[in-house]
Write a protein that binds this ligand. Structure first.
Ligand SMILES: [Zn+2]
Ligand SMILES: [Zn+2]
Length: 198
């Protein structure tokens, strides 16, 4: 508790940074472990986006046709919903313009998770635009992020998705149940069905 109260929390993993935090130029702190792989440049982010996009297209057959503007940001502003622990990324749609903001300094695996989550929102905006309910919307994005983490060799991080006690955790578990009932391809069919124009 002393550690939680007296040291900053890591912008990437949210755990206390301990007694040797790494402070970024923008004032945010990272723990040593996250700092070792932190994605803090446009080139670094571009590499993650390329890896995740390739995985989504080849292994999950998720193609996104709209060109997406990616921004690496120092601050995502206030959370939209009160039960957000905190966001590491944001998908913003203005008409047909898609923007994804990613927080600077996320560790490589958490950046992969966040990019996958936000790209899932972009896919959903194209393929299931009328999907409603935070649990389904965030659950689908978390489920995609979990698949990508596992596929890219970070399955040890997936357990975090399962144990969250908020709309993300409830949504993730709901999607896992959906996958058990309907299978992998069935999840996409169901999300498209639920989100199609009335
Ligand atoms: Zn950390
Ligand atoms: Zn989301």
């Amino acid at each position: 508790m002393t550690c939680v109260e007296q040291t900053d929390s890591c912008i990437s993993c949210l755990r206390p940074t301990g007694d040797r935090p790494v402070r970024m130029n923008n004032g945010n702190s990272l723990c040593r472990e996250c700092a070792a792989t932190a994605v803090s440049t446009k080139t670094g982010l571009r590499n993650v986006i390329n890896q995740v996009s390739r995985y989504l297209e080849r292994d999950m057959l998720m193609n996104i046709n709209t060109k997406i503007n990616f921004e690496l940001v120092d601050d995502l502003g206030k959370p939209i919903r009160s039960d957000h622990y905190r966001e590491s990324g944001r998908f913003i749609r203005r008409g047909n313009d898609f923007t994804i903001q990613i927080l600077r300094g996320l560790s490589q695996p958490i950046c992969i998770e966040t990019v996958a989550h936000e790209l899932a929102h972009a896919w959903q905006a194209e393929n299931a635009p009328y999907l409603s309910g935070d649990e389904l919307i965030e659950g689908f994005a978390q489920w995609v992020a979990g698949r990508v983490l596992t596929g890219m060799g970070y399955s040890d991080l997936v357990v975090r998705l399962h144990y969250r006690d908020d709309v993300y955790g409830r949504g993730y578990n709901r999607l896992m149940n959906m996958e058990q009932r309907l299978g992998f391809a069935g999840v996409f069919r169901e999300i498209k069905r639920l989100g199609k124009a009335p």
